[in-house]
Design a protein around this ligand. Structure first.
Ligand code: CTP
Ligand code: CA
Length: 224
């Protein structure tokens, strides 16, 4: 009975999850990216599915196998592609969990061929990417918005600042130096009032379960 009622806590809910890093192209064979493994996002997708949700996973490039069980798997490369694929689905979902480590900057121009090493020095000009989550916050209607904050200092202050600036319902704070490529993670979950839950260091599937438990407690969902 316990399993039946807790496992399907997201029954009837449509959840959009983003995962992994993005790649911003410099030329035909080079790009700027980050160390995100995608594991946390894929774990969230797995557990959300287990809890009965309809799951759309939008993923940057990872070494993980695309999960066969999600309702839709969308593979993207750049932050711009991720932006478009997320926006396309936004009206049709109840919950968005923005776990992807979206690149903050992209090359101002992408060279179509392969850059030759003709010069002694090369300067790359970068420009800001669009903030997907901030845009979701601006366009928020019925959706429940969950962001992540990858910090290295002033943890709580920065996380709360992002929560407010991006108009989020929850933000999951982790230590960027530890979380990115590791198997285990410790997180702190905040709402507008402050800390609501600390999840001690554990493997990412269990932590995903802890996060989704809180989300489902707030958003509800019929248990079937
Ligand atoms: N995010 C996003 N689009 C971006 C950058 C970030 O949607 N272009 C989302 C991330 O998926 C995450 C949240 O915003 O859920 C916070 O990301 P983070 O990198 O911690 O914060 P930034 O707002 O990018 O600020 P900074 O990196 O300077 O701390
Ligand atoms: Ca960032």
């Amino acid at each position: 009975i316990y399993l039946l009622t807790t496992q399907k806590k997201l029954f009837g809910k449509r959840v959009l999850i983003t995962a992994g890093p993005t790649r911003e192209r410099i030329d035909a064979v080079r790009f700027i990216t980050n160390a995100s493994s995608g594991k946390m996002g894929y774990a969230l997708a797995t557990v959300a599915k287990r809890m009965g949700a309809t799951v759309y996973l939008v993923s940057g490039p990872t070494h993980l196998k695309p999960p066969y069980f999600v309702d839709e798997f969308v593979s993207v490369e750049s932050s711009e592609e991720m932006f478009n694929e997320v926006m396309k689905r936004y009206d049709d979902v109840d919950i968005v969990i923005m776990n992807a480590a979206v690149g903050d900057y992209k090359p101002k121009e992408t060279f179509s061929g392969k850059l030759k090493k003709t010069e002694k020095e090369l300067t790359l000009h970068l420009e800001r990417t669009r903030d997907i989550l901030e845009e979701l916050g601006k366009r928020k209607k019925h959706q429940f918005l969950v962001g992540f904050a990858a910090e290295v200092e002033d943890f709580e202050k920065n996380a709360l600042e992002k929560l407010k600036r991006k108009n989020l319902d929850l933000i999951v704070l982790n230590d960027a130096r530890k979380a990115f490529s590791s198997e285990r993670v410790e997180v702190f979950i905040y709402n507008r009032e402050g800390l609501i839950k600390r999840i001690d260091e554990d493997d990412k599937t269990r932590v995903a379960g802890g996060i989704l438990d809180i989300v489902s407690d707030i958003v509800g969902g019929s248990s079937r």
